[in-house]
Design a protein around this ligand. Structure first.
Ligand code: ADP
Ligand code: MG
Ligand code: MG
Length: 212
């Protein structure tokens, strides 16, 4: 596995655009169950805009943080809805702690912690409210545990991605108390949260590109 440098961050953003686009229908369908059915469209629009910005760059970004900042500002201006500001703030916070040529395991943990913090600052959700926080919180916990156990940066991301996936799946029985899904009350139970699902995709893309 290569180092987690600016080139990796670009690969991560590009891979995210690909998986979000591939999962557009799934995310739309999940959001149709408990929201307004636009999550797949919102994220596809946002990450397609990210691709265009990356294609237009004249030189390689200086560090990981510069790439995450580009993603943040692009998502904030193109995604809209709840997810735009939430992901935008996550990437912006993550960018602030990754102004580094290369991420070691501790820096990967710091990046994920900052991302989660951004989502919580913005959306004020705790765990168990059936939101993206339910994917990010176990992801951060798994990343901390892996890093403490001496895992490589790529292995820290793999642990985070696996935990995010499990966290997203565990949102199914929950009753939503934040966001649009909360309008359904008890009827939101029995459906997997779209934002937690897209969060797992984002972190899986990070792990895959780190392992490559
Ligand atoms: P909208 O609900 O405005 O149409 P999206 O469909 O793009 O926005 O995103 C919905 C997702 O946003 C939800 O599935 C949930 O994961 C996430 N979300 C909504 N409100 C919050 C919040 N307050 N905190 C964290 N995540 C939230
Ligand atoms: Mg929606
Ligand atoms: Mg909407």
């Amino acid at each position: 596995a290569g180092s987690l440098d600016a080139g990796w961050a670009v690969a991560w953003a590009r891979r995210t655009a690909q998986v979000v686009t591939e999962n557009r229908e799934l995310l739309i369908e999940l959001d149709r169950q408990i929201g307004d059915g636009d999550h797949g469209e919102n994220l596809t629009r946002g990450f397609t805009a990210v691709l265009a910005k990356l294609d237009a760059l004249e030189e390689q970004p200086a560090d990981v943080g510069a790439v995450l900042k580009l993603v943040a500002t692009t998502l904030m201006s193109t995604v809209g809805g709840a997810a735009g500001p939430l992901y935008g703030t996550a990437y912006l916070r993550a960018a602030k702690v990754t102004g580094l040529p290369e991420l070691d395991s501790g820096a990967v943990v710091a990046m994920l912690e900052a991302g989660l913090e951004g989502i919580v600052v913005r959306g004020k959700a705790g765990t168990g409210e059936k939101t993206m926080v339910d994917a990010w919180t176990p992801a951060v916990e798994a990343a901390v545990a892996a890093s403490d156990a001496g895992a490589s940066p790529a292995a820290v991301l793999a642990a985070a991605a696996e935990a995010a996936r499990a966290g997203a799946e565990a949102t199914t029985p929950l009753v939503a108390t934040k966001g649009r899904a909360s309008y359904l009350g008890e009827r939101s139970a029995g459906h997997q949260d779209p934002g937690a699902t897209s969060s797992a995709l984002v972190l899986e893309a990070a792990a895959e590109t780190a392992a490559a």
